[in-house]
Design a protein around this ligand. Structure first.
Ligand SMILES: NC(=O)c1ccc[n+]([C@@H]2O[C@H](COP(=O)([O-])OP(=O)(O)OC[C@H]3O[C@@H](n4cnc5c(N)ncnc54)[C@H](O)[C@@H]3O)[C@@H](O)[C@H]2O)c1
Length: 414
């Protein structure tokens, strides 16, 4: 069987982590794929990326600055899309329509409607649409999902509480002059990013919560921008204060479970993180600095969570991870951690290649990607409306006041 030809579209920050994933797969003898093309609107970035690939692959990839040219060259079977949120749907849809399979970074689309369009086109064309939601694939998250859903030593979940507070150190010093490059930040533009941290990083948590505890029914959120920043965008627009730096939210699950999260990056002198999952026979408590990333981010930072069950014995997250791995059959271990890899990004890259080779569906398909995104979007809708919001109403488009201007801008309204 010929190697699957993968093109990488968007060669910025996270694409480097995907590249490391492909590099580690190649290094472990996985020869099922070749990186045949790279594409970025920034020619220098695309070329630099191709040079990195040439270090571990015999044939260097072709370099493009335009997606249509890449598709016309017919040099890819699948593309790995690592562009900005608002670019996910146009790029993914053009690829799917051209007969090319797609893996796209999270959040799946800039709004629910954008993601729905992607889902419809994937269903109509029959091509693979995988969402690069890496968080749930990390060893820590897999072990936690196993703890709540299979192992069940903690009994029934009762409540979760998640706090993540950070701010500038005290005493405060005047902010340093921002460089022009630092100001060109698409993440601070609602039209390009869709939202702030609740949308960008928060969607990882939403996905993990859905995996741990099942469907979420209703959310209520309060959002604030306590320290508004002015940003100059690449198209010359100046925007101020988009993107909440503070969020308080409650969640009610279909199972009846309740929970809340709160984060703020605008609390001077404060640096504090705590994640607690409380059940009727025990708890998981994680206060690891940087454990945010472990628990509902990229899954890169080892956590030192404590798990205590009905026997009163406390074990570490490392102990739990070992128990979980020992519970897996050889086949499950190879499927979830192929070639012994534990880095979540390498695992999702491997899965994408395997889905194309074997014509199978990915774990995080369009429905799963949309489910996580809809919870993040619902938090914005709730904060905008000042009332609790049902996830189903956001999925159906019945509640859309926050997202409507974004949809209008990108021509997504019916
Ligand atoms: N899974 C994770 O943990 C994680 C972490 C960070 C970012 N992300 C996601 O990755 C995506 C990219 O984020 P980033 O931090 O790498 O952003 P970035 O700005 O560093 O990179 C985006 C790149 O896309 C390029 N680009 C934009 N539009 C393009 C187009 N139409 N065609 C080709 N190239 C185009 C830009 O020039 C830039 O090089 C986002 O969806 C983000 O949410 C995921």
């Amino acid at each position: 069987m010929k190697p699957v030809r993968i093109g990488m579209v968007g060669c910025g920050g996270i694409a480097n982590a995907h590249l490391e994933g492909y590099r580690s797969l190649a290094g472990r003898g996985c020869d099922h794929f070749v990186l045949s093309a790279v594409c970025d609107v920034d020619a220098a970035r695309a070329s630099a990326f191709a040079s990195q690939i040439a270090q571990f692959q015999a044939t260097p990839p072709q370099v493009f600055t335009d997606l249509d040219a890449l598709l016309a060259a017919r040099v890819v079977d699948g593309v790995d899309v690592c562009t900005t949120h608002a670019d996910h749907h146009p790029t993914a849809i053009r690829c799917l329509e051209a007969g090319v399979h797609v893996m796209v970074e999270k959040p799946m689309g800039v709004t629910v409607r954008a993601a729905r369009r992607m889902q419809e086109v994937a269903a109509r064309t029959g091509h693979i649409l995988s969402i690069a939601e890496n968080s749930r694939r990390g060893l820590g998250q897999r072990a936690m999902a196993w703890l709540f859903n299979q192992d069940r030593r903690l009994g029934a979940p009762r409540l979760f509480a998640i706090d993540y507070f950070a701010g500038p150190p005290l005493p405060l010093t005047p902010p340093a002059e921002e460089t022009p490059a630092a100001q060109l930040n698409w993440r601070l533009d609602k039209l390009q990013a869709g939202g702030g941290w609740t949308y960008d990083g928060g969607v990882h948590l939403m996905d993990s919560l859905l995996v741990y505890f099942g469907p979420i029914d209703t959310v209520y959120a309060e959002h604030r921008t306590l320290t508004p920043r002015e940003t100059l965008l690449t198209d010359g627009r100046r925007v101020t204060g988009h993107g909440e730096d503070t969020s308080l939210a409650t969640f009610r699950f279909a199972s009846g479970l309740i929970g809340r999260w709160s984060f703020s990056f605008a609390l001077p002198g404060v640096d504090f993180m705590r994640v607690g999952f409380y059940c009727d026979q025990g708890y998981v408590l994680d206060e690891t600095p940087g454990g945010w990333t472990h628990t509902f981010g990229g899954g890169f930072i080892d956590s030192q969570a404590r798990i205590r069950g009905a026997d009163g014995k406390e074990i570490s997250s490392r102990d739990l991870e070992l128990e979980y791995v020992l519970s897996l059959s050889g086949e499950e271990r190879e499927r979830l951690f192929p070639h012994g890899i534990q880095r979540s990004m390498a695992i999702e890259c491997h899965e994408f290649v395997d889905c194309i080779r074997c014509q199978r569906q990915p774990e995080v398909d369009a429905a799963a990607g949309l489910a996580g995104l809809a919870v993040s979007a619902a938090l914005y809708e709730s904060a905008e409306a000042g009332v609790a919001v049902r996830i189903q109403d956001v999925l159906d488009g019945a509640v859309d006041a926050y997202q409507r201007p974004i949809d209008a801008h990108w021509g997504l309204l019916p």
